[in-house]
Write a protein that binds this ligand. Structure first.
Ligand SMILES: [Fe+2]
Ligand SMILES: [Fe+2]
Length: 274
């Protein structure tokens, strides 16, 4: 009899973030047709999914799925994800509409739950997604109910190394305009993290750029958007012409590796606008 112990097999995870998809297929955001870039990203990620020795166990969508909060946009997203939907887990960003997500992705959302979260095990690791959306606001917040749920999840699965996924980063990324609209109660989250040694990383979106730092032994990561990119270290929003991208995690034993992959067919350095 085969021993298919998934706990001992490595796992590969794809993170897609800040899709900013719009119902109007010709709409552009900061000069970028986010539908076209998402299609390119999905095609490129699928090539990696199929060519590698193992498939993505989960595809995590970490917020700002839609830019226009339209139901039709989420329906288009579902269509674009195709047979990946069952492997997807998602959390909302500031631009999202929970009701539309619930309607279009009912199997990915807990019924009757106020927030859209997830908690999954893969290769002996735990992946937890938190909902930092605040109605009508750009900044993020995780309320006490959710922090209590997080603490319970962590104590229930205390032996599993864990990665948290949130839309809003809990630390400054050194861009004044973005740091004003991060996770406003990051201190409360950090308190929970500090009390749970199994948390190895917190990975977010929202800032449309790659960023990394270590906070109290925990790797803090942000991931580029599948569409518009923001130039790092700025006081105000300036777009970057670096290509869209995504992040891949490999979890093996107690070790994880993570890297950003960008689309190859665009210039890798900022190009002055004409
Ligand atoms: Fe975004
Ligand atoms: Fe955002």
């Amino acid at each position: 009899m085969l021993n298919l112990d998934r706990h001992r097999m490595p796992s590969k995870i794809l993170q897609l973030t800040d899709l900013h998809l719009m119902a109007d297929r010709n709409a552009v955001l900061k000069g970028v047709n986010t539908r076209n870039t998402l299609i390119d990203v999905l095609r490129f990620a699928r090539e990696q999914d199929e060519s590698d020795e193992c498939e993505f166990d989960f595809i995590l969508l970490t917020g700002d799925l839609a830019h226009d909060e339209q139901l039709a946009t989420y329906e288009q997203l579902r269509e674009l994800l195709g047979d990946w939907v069952s492997r997807c887990r998602l959390i909302p960003g500031n631009h999202d509409d929970r009701a539309s997500i619930r309607k279009v992705f009912p199997e990915l959302v807990l019924a009757n739950a106020e927030f859209i979260t997830f908690s999954e095990e893969t290769a002996g690791w735990r992946l937890i997604g938190l909902d930092s959306h605040v109605d009508g606001e750009v900044y993020g917040r995780i309320d006490n109910t959710q922090l209590d749920w997080l603490a319970t999840e962590l104590s229930t699965h205390i032996a599993q190394p864990t990665i948290l996924f949130i839309h809003h980063p809990p630390v400054p990324v050194n861009s004044a305009w973005l740091d004003r609209i991060g996770l406003h109660n990051a201190k409360a989250l950090i308190e929970v993290v500090r009390s749970c040694s199994q948390i190895r990383a917190i990975c977010t979106g929202h800032v449309h750029q790659e960023f990394s730092e270590i906070l109290q032994g925990v790797q803090i990561l942000t991931t580029p958007s599948t569409g518009v990119q923001f130039l790092p270290h700025q006081d105000e929003l300036i777009c970057d012409s670096i290509p869209p991208g995504f992040r891949i995690f490999r979890l093996d034993g107690g070790v994880f590796e993570s890297h950003v992959v960008r689309l190859p067919d665009k210039p890798s350095a900022p190009v002055p606008r004409k």
